[in-house]
Design a binder for this molecule. Sequence first.
Ligand code: PLP
Length: 429
Amino acid sequence: MRFISTRNPRERATFAHALLRGMAPDGGLYVPEPIACFRDLPHLLELEFPARSLVILHRLLGEEFSLEELEVAVLEAFNFPVPLVRVSDRTYALELFHGPTLAFKDFGARFLAQMLGQVAAREAPRLRTVLTATSGDTGAAVAHAFWKQRGCRVVVLYPKGRVSDLQERQFATLGGNVLTYAVEGSFDDCQALVKGCFEDQALVGSLNLTAANSINVARLLAQILYYFEGVAQLRQRGVKDAPVLSVPCGNFGNLYAGLLAQAMGLPVKAFVVSCNLNRTVPDFLDTGEYRPRPSVATLSNAMDVGSPSNWERVQHHFQGDHAALREALRWGSLDDAATRRAMWELNQCGYLPDPHAAVAYGVLEERRGLGEPGIFLATAHPAKFEELLRRDMNLPCELPPALAETLGKPLLSKPLANDLEALKRELSS
Ligand SMILES: *Cc1c(COP(=O)(O)O)cnc(C)c1O
Protein backbone atom coordinates (compact mmCIF):
# COMPACT_ATOMS: atom_id res chain seq x y z
CA MET A 1 0.00 0.00 0.00
CA ARG A 2 1.14 3.53 -0.76
CA PHE A 3 0.23 6.90 0.67
CA ILE A 4 -0.76 10.01 -1.26
CA SER A 5 -1.05 13.65 -0.22
CA THR A 6 -4.55 15.00 0.46
CA ARG A 7 -3.61 17.91 -1.83
CA ASN A 8 -2.19 16.03 -4.80
CA PRO A 9 -2.71 12.35 -5.69
CA ARG A 10 0.56 12.35 -7.64
CA GLU A 11 2.52 13.14 -4.47
CA ARG A 12 3.15 9.54 -3.39
CA ALA A 13 5.16 7.98 -0.56
CA THR A 14 5.95 4.62 1.00
CA PHE A 15 4.94 4.06 4.61
CA ALA A 16 8.56 4.44 5.78
CA HIS A 17 8.87 7.72 3.93
CA ALA A 18 5.57 9.10 5.22
CA LEU A 19 6.53 7.97 8.72
CA LEU A 20 9.80 9.91 8.68
CA ARG A 21 8.46 12.98 6.86
CA GLY A 22 5.23 13.47 8.80
CA MET A 23 3.70 15.95 6.36
CA ALA A 24 3.74 15.76 2.54
CA PRO A 25 6.02 18.31 0.81
CA ASP A 26 2.99 20.18 -0.57
CA GLY A 27 1.70 20.76 2.97
CA GLY A 28 -0.97 18.04 2.65
CA LEU A 29 -1.43 15.00 4.88
CA TYR A 30 -0.67 11.45 3.80
CA VAL A 31 -3.64 9.11 3.33
CA PRO A 32 -3.58 5.44 2.26
CA GLU A 33 -4.36 4.76 -1.40
CA PRO A 34 -5.91 2.44 -2.32
CA ILE A 35 -7.64 1.41 0.92
CA ALA A 36 -7.29 -2.37 1.30
CA CYS A 37 -10.63 -4.16 1.58
CA PHE A 38 -11.06 -7.37 3.60
CA ARG A 39 -13.33 -10.04 2.16
CA ASP A 40 -12.59 -12.62 4.89
CA LEU A 41 -14.10 -10.41 7.56
CA PRO A 42 -16.12 -12.90 9.63
CA HIS A 43 -13.00 -15.00 10.02
CA LEU A 44 -10.88 -11.96 10.85
CA LEU A 45 -13.28 -10.92 13.60
CA GLU A 46 -12.94 -14.32 15.25
CA LEU A 47 -9.20 -13.88 15.82
CA GLU A 48 -7.67 -12.51 19.03
CA PHE A 49 -6.52 -8.86 19.01
CA PRO A 50 -2.77 -9.51 18.38
CA ALA A 51 -3.34 -12.15 15.66
CA ARG A 52 -5.99 -10.03 13.91
CA SER A 53 -3.89 -6.87 14.13
CA LEU A 54 -0.98 -8.71 12.57
CA VAL A 55 -3.12 -9.89 9.62
CA ILE A 56 -4.43 -6.34 9.05
CA LEU A 57 -1.03 -4.67 9.30
CA HIS A 58 0.61 -7.26 7.08
CA ARG A 59 -2.05 -6.68 4.44
CA LEU A 60 -1.36 -2.94 4.64
CA LEU A 61 2.43 -2.90 5.09
CA GLY A 62 3.54 -6.31 3.77
CA GLU A 63 5.47 -4.75 0.89
CA GLU A 64 7.75 -2.96 3.32
CA PHE A 65 7.83 -5.13 6.47
CA SER A 66 8.02 -8.86 7.07
CA LEU A 67 5.48 -10.75 9.17
CA GLU A 68 8.17 -11.21 11.83
CA GLU A 69 8.93 -7.48 12.00
CA LEU A 70 5.26 -6.60 12.28
CA GLU A 71 4.70 -9.25 14.93
CA VAL A 72 7.41 -7.69 17.12
CA ALA A 73 5.79 -4.27 16.66
CA VAL A 74 2.31 -5.56 17.55
CA LEU A 75 3.42 -7.48 20.63
CA GLU A 76 5.63 -4.66 21.95
CA ALA A 77 3.26 -1.79 21.17
CA PHE A 78 -0.07 -3.30 22.24
CA ASN A 79 0.89 -5.04 25.47
CA PHE A 80 -2.25 -4.03 27.36
CA PRO A 81 -5.92 -5.08 27.27
CA VAL A 82 -8.73 -3.41 25.25
CA PRO A 83 -11.92 -4.37 27.08
CA LEU A 84 -15.45 -3.74 25.80
CA VAL A 85 -17.48 -3.02 28.93
CA ARG A 86 -21.28 -3.33 29.00
CA VAL A 87 -22.82 -0.19 30.49
CA SER A 88 -26.52 -0.83 29.92
CA ASP A 89 -28.74 -2.68 27.50
CA ARG A 90 -27.09 -2.46 24.05
CA THR A 91 -24.64 0.27 25.23
CA TYR A 92 -20.94 -0.45 25.59
CA ALA A 93 -17.72 1.41 26.38
CA LEU A 94 -14.62 0.45 24.43
CA GLU A 95 -11.88 1.19 26.97
CA LEU A 96 -8.75 2.42 25.23
CA PHE A 97 -6.97 3.72 28.33
CA HIS A 98 -5.20 0.68 29.75
CA GLY A 99 -1.78 1.57 28.31
CA PRO A 100 1.08 3.05 30.38
CA THR A 101 -0.10 6.68 30.24
CA LEU A 102 -3.79 5.86 30.67
CA ALA A 103 -5.06 7.50 27.47
CA PHE A 104 -5.75 6.09 24.01
CA LYS A 105 -2.78 8.00 22.58
CA ASP A 106 -0.60 5.12 23.83
CA PHE A 107 -1.81 3.04 20.83
CA GLY A 108 -0.49 5.48 18.24
CA ALA A 109 2.63 6.59 20.09
CA ARG A 110 3.80 3.06 20.95
CA PHE A 111 3.27 1.78 17.41
CA LEU A 112 5.04 4.85 16.01
CA ALA A 113 8.03 4.18 18.30
CA GLN A 114 8.20 0.54 17.17
CA MET A 115 8.00 1.33 13.46
CA LEU A 116 10.42 4.24 13.69
CA GLY A 117 12.87 1.98 15.51
CA GLN A 118 12.63 -0.59 12.71
CA VAL A 119 12.97 1.95 9.90
CA ALA A 120 15.96 3.56 11.65
CA ALA A 121 17.63 0.16 12.11
CA ARG A 122 17.81 -0.20 8.30
CA GLU A 123 19.93 2.93 7.99
CA ALA A 124 23.43 3.69 9.25
CA PRO A 125 23.23 4.12 13.03
CA ARG A 126 22.73 7.78 13.89
CA LEU A 127 21.11 9.49 16.84
CA ARG A 128 17.52 10.51 16.02
CA THR A 129 15.67 13.35 17.78
CA VAL A 130 11.89 13.06 18.11
CA LEU A 131 10.40 16.49 18.76
CA THR A 132 6.87 17.09 19.97
CA ALA A 133 4.75 19.84 21.49
CA THR A 134 2.05 18.83 23.93
CA SER A 135 -0.92 20.21 25.80
CA GLY A 136 -0.74 17.11 28.03
CA ASP A 137 -1.62 13.62 26.81
CA THR A 138 0.48 13.41 23.63
CA GLY A 139 3.69 14.31 25.43
CA ALA A 140 3.14 11.61 28.02
CA ALA A 141 2.34 8.94 25.44
CA VAL A 142 5.27 9.84 23.16
CA ALA A 143 7.78 10.20 26.02
CA HIS A 144 6.82 6.79 27.45
CA ALA A 145 6.78 5.11 24.05
CA PHE A 146 10.36 6.20 23.22
CA TRP A 147 11.75 6.06 26.76
CA LYS A 148 14.95 4.00 26.84
CA GLN A 149 14.77 3.31 23.11
CA ARG A 150 18.32 3.13 21.81
CA GLY A 151 19.59 5.58 19.18
CA CYS A 152 16.82 8.01 19.94
CA ARG A 153 16.14 11.00 22.18
CA VAL A 154 12.76 12.61 22.77
CA VAL A 155 12.22 16.32 23.26
CA VAL A 156 8.86 17.40 24.70
CA LEU A 157 7.83 21.08 24.77
CA TYR A 158 4.88 22.08 26.93
CA PRO A 159 3.36 25.37 28.12
CA LYS A 160 4.64 26.12 31.60
CA GLY A 161 1.90 25.97 34.24
CA ARG A 162 -0.78 25.04 31.70
CA VAL A 163 -0.79 21.26 31.86
CA SER A 164 -2.23 19.39 34.82
CA ASP A 165 0.10 18.32 37.61
CA LEU A 166 -0.52 14.65 36.84
CA GLN A 167 0.14 15.16 33.14
CA GLU A 168 3.41 16.98 33.84
CA ARG A 169 4.55 14.20 36.17
CA GLN A 170 3.85 11.58 33.52
CA PHE A 171 6.49 12.93 31.15
CA ALA A 172 8.75 15.19 33.21
CA THR A 173 9.83 12.52 35.72
CA LEU A 174 11.22 9.98 33.24
CA GLY A 175 14.70 11.37 32.53
CA GLY A 176 17.24 9.36 30.52
CA ASN A 177 16.69 9.96 26.80
CA VAL A 178 13.55 12.05 27.48
CA LEU A 179 14.20 15.81 27.65
CA THR A 180 11.31 18.05 28.68
CA TYR A 181 11.09 21.83 28.45
CA ALA A 182 8.57 24.06 30.24
CA VAL A 183 8.10 26.88 27.72
CA GLU A 184 7.21 30.43 28.78
CA GLY A 185 4.14 30.57 26.56
CA SER A 186 0.98 28.81 25.36
CA PHE A 187 0.51 25.46 23.64
CA ASP A 188 0.26 27.35 20.34
CA ASP A 189 3.69 28.89 21.06
CA CYS A 190 5.10 25.39 21.64
CA GLN A 191 3.65 24.20 18.34
CA ALA A 192 5.12 27.23 16.58
CA LEU A 193 8.56 26.41 18.03
CA VAL A 194 8.31 22.84 16.72
CA LYS A 195 7.22 24.11 13.32
CA GLY A 196 10.11 26.57 13.30
CA CYS A 197 12.60 23.75 13.87
CA PHE A 198 11.15 21.67 11.02
CA GLU A 199 11.34 24.65 8.65
CA ASP A 200 15.13 24.79 9.23
CA GLN A 201 16.33 22.11 6.79
CA ALA A 202 19.92 22.29 8.07
CA LEU A 203 18.73 21.62 11.61
CA VAL A 204 16.43 18.79 10.48
CA GLY A 205 19.41 17.18 8.78
CA SER A 206 22.00 17.72 11.49
CA LEU A 207 19.71 16.51 14.31
CA ASN A 208 18.00 13.78 12.26
CA LEU A 209 14.73 15.30 13.41
CA THR A 210 11.35 13.47 13.34
CA ALA A 211 7.90 14.73 14.37
CA ALA A 212 5.58 12.62 16.52
CA ASN A 213 2.40 14.67 16.23
CA SER A 214 -1.06 13.34 15.50
CA ILE A 215 -0.77 13.66 11.72
CA ASN A 216 1.82 10.85 11.57
CA VAL A 217 0.54 7.89 9.52
CA ALA A 218 1.88 5.33 12.00
CA ARG A 219 -0.41 6.65 14.71
CA LEU A 220 -3.33 6.42 12.33
CA LEU A 221 -2.79 2.77 11.36
CA ALA A 222 -2.54 1.72 15.01
CA GLN A 223 -5.94 3.27 15.70
CA ILE A 224 -7.69 1.25 12.99
CA LEU A 225 -7.01 -1.93 14.96
CA TYR A 226 -9.14 -1.25 18.01
CA TYR A 227 -12.25 -0.52 15.94
CA PHE A 228 -12.04 -4.10 14.70
CA GLU A 229 -11.60 -5.25 18.29
CA GLY A 230 -14.71 -3.39 19.47
CA VAL A 231 -16.94 -4.98 16.82
CA ALA A 232 -15.33 -8.40 17.38
CA GLN A 233 -16.06 -8.32 21.12
CA LEU A 234 -19.62 -7.15 20.46
CA ARG A 235 -20.14 -10.23 18.26
CA GLN A 236 -18.70 -12.50 20.92
CA ARG A 237 -21.45 -11.22 23.19
CA GLY A 238 -24.05 -12.28 20.66
CA VAL A 239 -24.80 -8.80 19.25
CA LYS A 240 -24.67 -9.32 15.49
CA ASP A 241 -26.07 -5.96 14.30
CA ALA A 242 -23.55 -3.39 13.10
CA PRO A 243 -23.12 -0.87 15.94
CA VAL A 244 -23.26 2.90 16.00
CA LEU A 245 -19.81 4.11 17.14
CA SER A 246 -19.42 7.38 19.04
CA VAL A 247 -16.00 9.05 18.90
CA PRO A 248 -14.94 11.92 21.22
CA CYS A 249 -13.26 14.23 18.72
CA GLY A 250 -10.46 16.81 19.02
CA ASN A 251 -8.08 16.72 16.07
CA PHE A 252 -10.22 14.05 14.33
CA GLY A 253 -7.43 11.49 13.89
CA ASN A 254 -9.42 8.93 15.83
CA LEU A 255 -12.56 9.44 13.73
CA TYR A 256 -10.55 9.21 10.50
CA ALA A 257 -9.05 5.88 11.62
CA GLY A 258 -12.59 4.62 12.23
CA LEU A 259 -13.67 5.69 8.75
CA LEU A 260 -10.71 3.76 7.32
CA ALA A 261 -11.72 0.64 9.27
CA GLN A 262 -15.26 0.97 7.87
CA ALA A 263 -13.91 1.43 4.32
CA MET A 264 -11.86 -1.74 4.83
CA GLY A 265 -15.09 -3.62 5.41
CA LEU A 266 -15.76 -3.35 9.15
CA PRO A 267 -19.54 -3.34 9.72
CA VAL A 268 -20.36 0.01 11.35
CA LYS A 269 -23.89 1.41 11.08
CA ALA A 270 -22.75 5.02 11.56
CA PHE A 271 -20.12 7.12 13.27
CA VAL A 272 -21.16 9.76 15.75
CA VAL A 273 -18.93 12.85 15.85
CA SER A 274 -19.01 13.84 19.53
CA CYS A 275 -17.66 17.27 20.44
CA ASN A 276 -17.62 19.64 23.38
CA LEU A 277 -18.21 23.38 22.91
CA ASN A 278 -15.45 23.47 20.29
CA ARG A 279 -17.97 23.14 17.52
CA THR A 280 -15.99 23.86 14.36
CA VAL A 281 -16.95 20.53 12.76
CA PRO A 282 -20.56 20.18 14.04
CA ASP A 283 -21.22 23.74 12.82
CA PHE A 284 -19.69 22.88 9.46
CA LEU A 285 -21.89 19.79 9.15
CA ASP A 286 -24.92 21.92 10.03
CA THR A 287 -24.19 24.87 7.77
CA GLY A 288 -21.61 23.85 5.15
CA GLU A 289 -19.35 26.69 6.26
CA TYR A 290 -15.94 25.68 7.61
CA ARG A 291 -14.82 28.28 10.13
CA PRO A 292 -11.81 27.34 12.30
CA ARG A 293 -11.58 29.46 15.45
CA PRO A 294 -9.61 29.74 18.70
CA SER A 295 -10.36 26.89 21.09
CA VAL A 296 -12.37 27.34 24.29
CA ALA A 297 -11.52 25.53 27.54
CA THR A 298 -13.87 22.73 28.65
CA LEU A 299 -13.89 19.74 31.03
CA SER A 300 -12.87 17.42 28.18
CA ASN A 301 -9.67 19.39 27.57
CA ALA A 302 -8.01 17.00 25.09
CA MET A 303 -10.89 17.86 22.74
CA ASP A 304 -10.39 21.63 23.02
CA VAL A 305 -9.38 22.12 19.41
CA GLY A 306 -10.71 24.92 17.23
CA SER A 307 -8.81 24.05 14.06
CA PRO A 308 -8.62 20.25 13.89
CA SER A 309 -5.50 19.08 12.05
CA ASN A 310 -6.94 15.82 10.70
CA TRP A 311 -10.17 17.24 9.32
CA GLU A 312 -8.43 17.61 5.95
CA ARG A 313 -8.18 13.81 5.85
CA VAL A 314 -11.88 13.32 6.61
CA GLN A 315 -12.80 15.82 3.87
CA HIS A 316 -10.53 13.98 1.44
CA HIS A 317 -12.16 10.67 2.40
CA PHE A 318 -15.52 12.02 1.26
CA GLN A 319 -13.94 13.88 -1.68
CA GLY A 320 -15.19 17.14 -0.24
CA ASP A 321 -18.81 16.07 -0.81
CA HIS A 322 -20.81 17.78 1.94
CA ALA A 323 -23.96 15.76 1.29
CA ALA A 324 -22.01 12.50 1.54
CA LEU A 325 -20.48 13.62 4.85
CA ARG A 326 -23.90 14.47 6.27
CA GLU A 327 -25.21 11.12 5.06
CA ALA A 328 -22.40 9.07 6.64
CA LEU A 329 -22.01 10.88 9.95
CA ARG A 330 -24.16 11.83 12.90
CA TRP A 331 -22.96 14.64 15.16
CA GLY A 332 -23.58 16.66 18.28
CA SER A 333 -21.93 18.56 21.09
CA LEU A 334 -22.25 18.89 24.87
CA ASP A 335 -21.42 21.86 27.07
CA ASP A 336 -19.85 21.27 30.49
CA ALA A 337 -23.20 21.09 32.28
CA ALA A 338 -24.43 18.39 29.88
CA THR A 339 -21.08 16.59 30.23
CA ARG A 340 -21.55 16.50 34.00
CA ARG A 341 -25.08 15.14 33.53
CA ALA A 342 -23.75 12.42 31.24
CA MET A 343 -21.15 11.54 33.89
CA TRP A 344 -23.89 11.26 36.49
CA GLU A 345 -26.03 9.13 34.24
CA LEU A 346 -23.17 6.74 33.57
CA ASN A 347 -22.42 6.60 37.26
CA GLN A 348 -26.04 5.61 37.85
CA CYS A 349 -25.38 2.66 35.51
CA GLY A 350 -22.41 1.69 37.66
CA TYR A 351 -19.85 3.03 35.19
CA LEU A 352 -17.26 5.67 36.15
CA PRO A 353 -16.32 7.73 33.06
CA ASP A 354 -13.77 10.44 32.35
CA PRO A 355 -15.21 13.64 30.78
CA HIS A 356 -14.17 12.66 27.22
CA ALA A 357 -15.99 9.33 27.38
CA ALA A 358 -18.96 11.14 28.94
CA VAL A 359 -19.23 13.46 25.92
CA ALA A 360 -19.13 10.45 23.58
CA TYR A 361 -21.83 8.71 25.63
CA GLY A 362 -24.06 11.80 25.88
CA VAL A 363 -24.02 12.51 22.14
CA LEU A 364 -24.49 8.80 21.36
CA GLU A 365 -27.67 8.77 23.44
CA GLU A 366 -28.97 11.83 21.56
CA ARG A 367 -28.24 10.46 18.12
CA ARG A 368 -28.98 6.77 18.42
CA GLY A 369 -31.95 5.13 16.73
CA LEU A 370 -34.30 2.78 18.56
CA GLY A 371 -32.72 -0.58 19.32
CA GLU A 372 -29.38 0.20 17.65
CA PRO A 373 -26.40 -1.21 19.54
CA GLY A 374 -24.01 1.60 20.49
CA ILE A 375 -20.34 1.75 21.45
CA PHE A 376 -18.70 4.90 22.80
CA LEU A 377 -14.92 5.17 22.93
CA ALA A 378 -13.52 5.72 26.43
CA THR A 379 -10.28 7.53 25.61
CA ALA A 380 -8.89 8.41 29.06
CA HIS A 381 -8.79 6.73 32.46
CA PRO A 382 -11.14 8.46 34.93
CA ALA A 383 -8.28 8.67 37.44
CA LYS A 384 -6.64 11.27 35.20
CA PHE A 385 -9.53 13.51 36.26
CA GLU A 386 -9.55 12.40 39.86
CA GLU A 387 -9.81 15.96 41.16
CA LEU A 388 -12.88 16.78 39.07
CA LEU A 389 -14.57 13.51 40.00
CA ARG A 390 -13.92 13.83 43.72
CA ARG A 391 -14.37 17.57 44.31
CA ASP A 392 -17.09 18.49 41.83
CA MET A 393 -19.11 15.34 41.72
CA ASN A 394 -18.20 13.51 44.89
CA LEU A 395 -17.32 10.39 42.91
CA PRO A 396 -14.20 8.92 44.51
CA CYS A 397 -11.63 7.44 42.16
CA GLU A 398 -8.40 5.62 43.03
CA LEU A 399 -5.18 6.52 41.26
CA PRO A 400 -3.80 3.45 39.49
CA PRO A 401 -0.31 2.42 40.69
CA ALA A 402 1.42 3.66 37.50
CA LEU A 403 0.12 7.18 38.15
CA ALA A 404 0.53 7.14 41.93
CA GLU A 405 4.19 6.18 41.48
CA THR A 406 5.03 9.39 39.63
CA LEU A 407 3.73 11.60 42.46
CA GLY A 408 6.81 11.26 44.62
CA LYS A 409 9.34 11.75 41.83
CA PRO A 410 11.18 15.02 41.11
CA LEU A 411 10.33 17.04 38.00
CA LEU A 412 13.28 17.08 35.62
CA SER A 413 12.07 19.77 33.17
CA LYS A 414 14.20 22.72 32.17
CA PRO A 415 12.68 26.18 31.68
CA LEU A 416 12.82 27.54 28.14
CA ALA A 417 12.11 31.03 26.79
CA ASN A 418 9.56 31.24 23.97
CA ASP A 419 12.41 31.78 21.51
CA LEU A 420 13.27 29.62 18.52
CA GLU A 421 17.01 30.41 18.64
CA ALA A 422 17.17 29.41 22.31
CA LEU A 423 15.50 26.09 21.48
CA LYS A 424 17.86 25.47 18.55
CA ARG A 425 20.85 26.11 20.82
CA GLU A 426 19.47 23.65 23.39
CA LEU A 427 18.89 20.97 20.77
CA SER A 428 22.33 21.37 19.23
CA SER A 429 24.26 21.44 22.50
C1 PLP B 1 -6.44 13.31 22.02
C2 PLP B 1 -7.66 12.92 22.76
C3 PLP B 1 -8.93 12.94 22.14
C4 PLP B 1 -9.17 13.45 20.74
O1 PLP B 1 -8.69 12.56 19.76
P1 PLP B 1 -8.47 13.08 18.25
O2 PLP B 1 -7.92 11.90 17.53
O3 PLP B 1 -7.51 14.22 18.33
O4 PLP B 1 -9.80 13.50 17.72
C5 PLP B 1 -10.02 12.49 22.88
N1 PLP B 1 -9.87 12.05 24.16
C6 PLP B 1 -8.67 12.03 24.77
C7 PLP B 1 -8.59 11.57 26.18
C8 PLP B 1 -7.51 12.45 24.10
O5 PLP B 1 -6.34 12.44 24.73
